[in-house]
Design a binder for this molecule. Sequence first.
Ligand code: DGY
Length: 319
Amino acid sequence: MAKVVVTGKIPAVALERLRAEHTVDAWEDESLISRDELLRRVAGTDAIVSLLTEKIDAALLDAAGKQLRSVSNVAVGYNNIDVPACRERNVLVTNTPGVLTEATADIAMALILMSTRRLAEGERVIRAQQPWQWGMFYMLGSSIQGSQLGIVGMGQIGAAVARRARAFGMTIAYTKRSPLDAETAKELNATHMELDELLATSDVVSLHCPYSPETHHLMNASTIGKMKKSAYLINTARGPVVDEEALATALQQGKIAGAGLDVFEKEPTVHQALIGLDNAVLIPHLGSATVETRTAMANLAVTNALAVLSGKTAPNLVG
Ligand code: DGY
């Protein structure tokens, strides 16, 4: 039996699969585990099942020790893990692609509709019991039918958002290192563009690229400045892909029409300037937050950990 540390609460069905085969030390509190507690618990562990809220860096890997074989993130994004540091120590890293694609695409589409149709703003009026009246010019938004959605980072989630957007009558432009294969490009009727052209021509820009040093503040004062004044920026990827300060300024000054954000630069803190802006829709990192999806994510992370511990090839190796 190997020792496995689980850094946060995961669905019981997944935890039980681990417990059936190994000695599991799981942090089962709703609150996050403290760094000190985590450093203490990982000592001597063979595998770590990690949540995106825990930083798996060189110091933590050293605290775990030389027997550590794998880190299995319960997320598709793995910017919380220092992959090169893992590689140097022969620690395998896995993530959970695929199982959260549809749930995350649903949230991106919801943010597109919430932003362009001012839904959160309207709800705030009713909840605050402010006087309102149907009016020809009351709280008008923008129609998305016939408008262009620019997908930055056309991976699985980007493609799933594109499918939804097409059902709403949007046309699709995208950035991707290498263009889509002919079949998918045809299915999505999607046009490959460089980032500048996509920003200048899209009515909604939706971010789906992984977070890395290359994508840090990809959307900054200069790139946001290339968007149409009437356009909306949607982020369901990772917060630091957007310079929040620059975004807040652009929204305040009407340089773009609105933004819909599921992720934030310094989660769970949200930039104070965004809080008071009616043209910013702000939701608390809910992309994968359904019972079914979170269960599938935890199960996939456990499948990956069990594979490594039994000497098999893990299905979702990264790096
Ligand atoms: C992921 O898997 O990276 C998501 O952000 C989790 O919600």
